[in-house]
Design a protein around this ligand. Structure first.
Ligand code: DLL
Length: 432
């Protein structure tokens, strides 16, 4: 097999031996900041405290609140003069979280990102267009440096502005793009409105991630553009993109275990769940000097996939993220994740690019409305057809989530667009 670097092809023994060596040195290094020294001492883990990979479980979790409390530089483990870049995580609530990197950190991250891209067939003669926001968001510079590391002509197009994206892609024959799932469908619609078939667009590969989306959504993106779309997972606290990535088999995301240790725990108890069971992903980085983070509670829900991947790589795979522990909402006593809704509505050919879940309370009880954009060619259908569609969607949703939401069909492009990650749920209940 053709690997980007040797660690990509390592077997289990080599991966685990390396993890142990790197975990030992990361934990020893983390003691250079007061926060971890105190935490580790309190847990009885001294400078030589890690003897086996099982000792990882003795280390207390790190939470987003810890990172907020240590903002901006409380968790640095090198002098500030060694730091060359910082990024912030995309959280919209609470005070910010800043992650600081040394030049070595940035280089190691670029290598990992380049490995992801190489794995799905991106090569130096590809033209790569990054359609993601730059700035503090790691999907900009993080992926950018990976593409340059591979030697691609890299176009830092940034988010939005579909007309310009299309012009750049056509002028430079862009073959690979990084794009948020919600934006991919919007871009396709824009092309159609211009009277063009998105299948004629030069793209052959898209790296798609940064927000949850379903397999049904991926299939739409792939067929719309006649290209392959690979799921890309990461979070700022673990650098950003480049943590886990799908290979050509598209059967789960390989977690780069030479650089990270992943655990999946019960979100309530913090105890490991049996393999194959969905739980909260907990991540430890093994190759970071500026700001190492141990056992980070990501709040993302997924499961390890059993067995070895058909591609032959030994890095463990995780399933696509089903949602975040924080995304779950409760209506009439039922726990619902936005992805359950998406999974249903995206199977209807009439459904367009976007949807929005509205949660309200009419004083008697909770109400859930699902606004669904309908593709232009179906919106002109007669009333009975549209009512039939509305009913069919509502019924299928009831089968999935056990309550019947009110489904509203709206015109394509009528729901608000965001330049960054899509907002899928508006909970208006608290305001009543
Ligand atoms: O979104 C890093 C990234 C950029 C990943 C570009 C992939 C591509 P944050 O802004 O810190 O970092 O947000 C991290 O986004 O905890 C997940 O909840 C969500 N997320 C990221 N990738 C995926 C994915 C970047 N493939 C948070 N599927 C994470 C589902 C994802 N959710």
């Amino acid at each position: 097999m053709d690997f980007f670097d040797t660690a990509e092809g390592w077997g289990r023994d080599q991966l685990e031996q390396t993890q142990l060596v790197r975990l030992k040195s990361t934990v020893a290094h983390a003691r250079k900041c007061n926060f971890y020294r105190e935490r580790l001492d309190a847990a009885g883990i001294g400078p030589e405290g890690i003897q086996s990979l099982d000792d990882l479980r003795r280390i207390p979790f790190t939470t987003k609140q810890d990172l907020r409390d240590q903002y901006p530089t409380g968790m640095l483990c090198v002098p500030t003069s060694e730091i060359v870049r910082m990024h912030c995580s995309s959280g919209t609530t609470g005070s910010p979280v800043a992650i600081c990197h040394t030049q070595n950190d940035i280089n190691a991250w670029a290598d990992l990102m380049a490995r992801c891209m190489y794995m799905v067939g991106v090569r130096r003669d590809d033209v790569f267009q990054n359609m993601s926001g730059y700035g503090l968001f790691t999907g900009g510079l993080g992926i950018h440096y990976g593409a340059e590391r591979l030697g691609c002509l890299t176009i830092p197009a940034g988010a939005g502005n579909s007309r310009r994206q299309i012009k750049l892609a056509k002028d430079f024959r862009t073959s690979v793009a990084h794009i948020l799932p919600s934006y991919a469908l919007i871009l396709g619609e824009h092309l159609r409105k211009m009277g063009e078939d998105p299948r004629d667009f030069p793209l052959r590969i898209a790296l798609v991630g940064a927000e949850p989306y379903t397999e049904e959504f991926r299939q739409r993106i792939e067929s719309l553009f006649a290209m392959k779309a690979y799921n890309s997972y990461g979070l700022s606290e673990m650098n950003g993109p480049g943590v886990a990535f799908e290979c050509l088999a598209q059967d789960g995301l390989h977690i780069w275990e030479d650089a990270y240790i992943a655990e999946i725990v019960d979100p309530e108890t913090g105890q490991p769940v049996p393999d194959g069971t969905v739980g909260e992903l907990v991540m430890t980085c093994l190759c970071r000097q500026g700001m190492p983070i141990l056992r980070y509670r990501t709040r993302d829900l997924t499961r390890f996939l059993p067995g070895q991947c058909a591609c032959g790589r030994h890095h463990r795979r995780m399933d696509r993220i089903v949602g975040r522990a924080d995304d779950m909402f409760i209506v009439k006593g039922v726990n619902i994740y936005p992805m359950q809704i998406e999974q249903v509505i995206m199977t209807f050919a009439e459904v367009g690019q976007s949807y929005l879940i509205l949660l309200e309370n009419d004083g008697i009880g909770d109400l859930m409305r699902v606004q669904v954009e309908i593709r232009d060619e179906f919106f002109v259908e007669d009333m009975r057809v549209l009512q039939g569609l509305q009913k069919a969607i509502a019924q299928r949703l009831r089968d999935e989530i056990l309550i019947t939401p009110k489904v509203e069909l709206v015109q394509s492009n009528s729901l608000e667009r965001s330049e960054g990650k899509a907002v899928r749920v508006r909970d208006l209940r608290a305001k009543k």
